[in-house]
Design a protein around this ligand. Structure first.
Ligand code: PEP
Length: 253
């Protein structure tokens, strides 16, 4: 039985005051959530604050990116060892916004995934096609390439140490959510692709859905057999909405 996970990707949002308030709301509400794993991924400058606020709670800390480099002369980069130093459990790698605005390709993302694992972090690998790719019938090719990047560099066993988030780019921040059937089709495709190499790894792998998930649509998405939780952007900035999604994950488990 896979434990569901709901992770909040706060992206580049927040102030000290809003982060403090959001953390307070998430921590107090999370105490009432039973089984589901919960994580929040604030921007780097708020990791320390968040780590302190989450201490002793059932909410884990994550970051939104990690360097492939070890500490040294790499201006602007943040090393995996720094993330663990600040209490991170998770790190998002290969988010579509990083692929789109920072030119991250599958090879770089796979190296980030490997670096995270090497340092005991749990990488959340984002995969997903754009609308144009879907309309051209390229969804499977694109998603397979995102998944295969990690397999080619680290072997399929690396997926026993991480999480995948299927995030169709056309659903991120658009208010358009994949239907449960569309999402399930891709989640099953990902699991089958991994199962073809290692059935045990595939069976244990958590595959989250991300893309305009809200309390109102979370339950039907989570009810799908291969959807094991969510990576939440906009709705994770409102404690009650985020917790509503956690509750849906809990009830679906
Ligand atoms: C995301 O960016 O990871 C995401 C899922 O965003 P949103 O929930 O806002 O679509």
């Amino acid at each position: 039985m896979r434990q569901p996970l709901v992770a909040g990707n706060w992206k580049m949002n927040g102030t000290r005051a809003s982060v403090e308030a959001l953390l307070g709301g998430v921590v107090s509400g999370a105490a009432a959530i039973g089984h589901c794993g919960i994580a929040v991924c604030p921007p780097f400058p708020y990791l320390q604050m968040a780590g302190e606020a989450l201490l002793g709670s059932r909410v884990a800390l994550g970051a939104q990116d990690v360097s492939i480099q070890e500490p040294g002369a790499f201006t602007g980069e943040v090393a995996a060892s720094m993330l663990t130093d600040f209490g991170c459990t998770y790190v998002i790698v290969g988010h579509s916004e990083r692929r789109q605005y920072h030119g991250e390709d599958d090879e770089l993302v796979a190296r980030k995934y490997a670096r995270a694992v090497e340092h005991g972090l749990v990488p959340i690998l984002c995969v997903g096609e754009t609308l144009e790719q879907r309309e051209r019938g390229e969804m499977e090719r694109v998603v397979a390439a995102h998944v295969d990047g990690v397999i080619n560099l680290s072997g399929v066993e690396a997926f026993s140490k991480g999480v995948i988030a299927y995030e169709p780019v056309w659903a991120i921040g658009t208010g358009v959510t994949a239907t449960p059937e569309q999402a399930q089709e891709v989640h099953a495709f990902i699991r089958e692709r991994i199962a073809a190499r290692n059935a045990e790894v595939a069976a244990g792998l958590r595959i989250l859905y991300g893309g305009s998930m809200k309390p109102g649509n979370a339950a039907e998405l989570m009810a799908q057999p291969d959807i094991d939780g969510g990576l939440i952007g906009g709705a994770s900035l409102v404690a009650d909405d985020f917790l509503g999604i956690c509750q849906a994950a809990d009830q679906a488990a």
